[in-house]
Design a protein around this ligand. Structure first.
Ligand code: G4P
Length: 190
């Protein structure tokens, strides 16, 4: 998506060979017009997949997932990284975070995702795909299936992309980065 790539070129900061800082428009401050545009791109692409729910992981996946869900006229569910005391029957899965170099728990209240749901999974980044695999396992435990995967920024030099392709999921990355070496963003289609 041209406007996202332009925003990355203008505002993102490359941190080492595998990390991109996008706090000014996606990870902390949120560019609402860009979220609307990304939501529209996801909704248009997956419109004929009979999506029944959009699912993401808190926190930065929420704005683009919400924007897509509004356009698809379906609920948006976000998987949590803690277990609130209000949760009655939580499902848990452990994930290893490549950015934080530690394990954390993802948590979903049982029953929000239902057997037969066709899920559009949306997230801000795809790196090694560990968060995606954990979300996938929660979705499958609930008897639902993934009908599409929408990612704002994928780093195609990390393992997540291959996992998603190997599983045969319908996949839409809006910006595909093939390298962050030497402080430079190189695009997959460069
Ligand atoms: P993986 O699931 O793809 O293997 O990677 P990882 O465990 O590291 O992804 C989990 C977190 O790391 C996610 O955010 C993801 O968005 C973020 N992430 C991965 N690569 C990058 C990157 O190059 N730049 C930035 N800014 N984030 C990256 P999170 O920690 O859950 O944070 P948030 O969603 O609460 O903002």
């Amino acid at each position: 998506m041209r406007s996202l790539c332009k925003k990355i070129q203008e505002k993102a900061v490359v941190l080492g060979d595998d990390l991109l800082k996008v706090d000014t428009f996606l990870n902390q401050q949120v560019d609402t017009a860009l979220m609307e545009e990304m939501g529209k791109a996801f909704a248009d692409h997956f419109r004929h997949e009979n999506i029944t729910k959009v699912v993401t992981i808190e926190s930065s996946g929420i704005p683009p997932a919400y924007a897509a869900a509004v356009r698809l006229h379906v609920p948006m569910v976000f998987i949590k990284k803690n277990t609130p005391t209000t949760m009655v029957d939580p499902l848990h899965v452990q994930v290893y975070s490549f950015t934080k170099k530690k394990h954390y728990i993802l948590c979903l209240e049982r029953g929000l995702i239902k057997p037969g749901d066709r899920i559009l999974f949306i997230d801000d980044f795809l790196a090694n795909g560990e968060a995606f695999k954990a979300a996938e396992s929660l979705i499958e435990k609930e008897g639902a299936s993934i009908a599409g995967v929408g990612i704002c920024i994928e780093k195609s030099f990390q393992a997540g992309r291959q996992y998603i392709k190997d599983k045969g999921y319908s996949f839409l990355p809006l910006a595909s980065i093939k390298s962050l070496k030497n402080g430079q963003v190189l695009w997959e289609d460069d």
